[in-house]
Design a protein around this ligand. Structure first.
Ligand code: F6R
Ligand code: ZN
Length: 187
């Protein structure tokens, strides 16, 4: 019986120098136009979209079943840049199963993991190569790139966690991260 449920173990290679997942078989691409409603300066985002709708971020995965017991893992690669003065960021989400935590290991670049609860608590955890961030159950999470190269993180989370984008889209994150001259401001 259990034989029918067994999946073959597998290995995967990450080029750690370049922070690239080799032989990925799932690839999510989000361009600037996917980010409407997320940045403070909607006009600046519209301008960026008109200027060619550049790549914003990508997710590379070795796909596994989205089921209890499995672990999803892959690389998230967020381009550097700003929309107005606000640093490029991911949409962010709660997990559909809100009890599902997530671990991120930063492989390249500099940034923050911005996290929020439904009660409005908000935290920004710094990320740079070698730093691990633990996103506990119930915290929505979004990556923000404050450097001048791609921010690349390796992540792992429960296979059945799912993504709830709707709630955080309505609530928004209480804090935003801005480039002010050479400074990073979290407001
Ligand atoms: C998975 C996870 C990451 C993000 C990725 C893109 O639970 O947190 O793999 O999915 O960084 O961000 P979103 O999904 O917010 O567009
Ligand atoms: Zn997540």
């Amino acid at each position: 019986m259990i034989d029918q449920l067994l999946m073959e173990p597998f290995g995967a290679d990450i080029d750690l120098a370049e922070a690239v997942l080799k032989d990925y078989n799932a690839h999510l691409v989000r361009k600037a136009s996917s980010m409407k409603g997320h940045y403070a300066d909607a006009d600046a985002l519209e301008k960026l979209i008109q200027q060619g709708d550049p790549l914003h971020y990508e997710v590379f995965e070795k796909a596994v079943p989205q089921e209890t017991g499995h672990l999803q893992f892959g690389l998230s690669k967020l381009q550097p840049g700003t929309v107005g003065e606000e640093f490029f960021m991911t949409k962010g989400h709660y997990h559909e199963i809100p009890e599902a935590a997530e671990v991120y290991l930063c492989l390249r670049g500099k940034g923050y993991m911005l996290m929020k609860t439904t009660e409005g608590e908000c935290r920004a955890e710094y990320m740079e190569r070698g730093r691990v961030v633990y996103v506990p159950p119930y915290w929505a999470h979004r990556s923000v790139n404050v450097g001048d190269e791609p921010l690349i993180t390796f992540y792992v989370y429960p296979g059945d966690a799912g993504h709830n984008y709707g709630d955080i889209e309505e609530e928004g994150f209480p804090k935003r991260i801005y480039k002010r001259g050479d400074k990073v401001e979290i407001l």
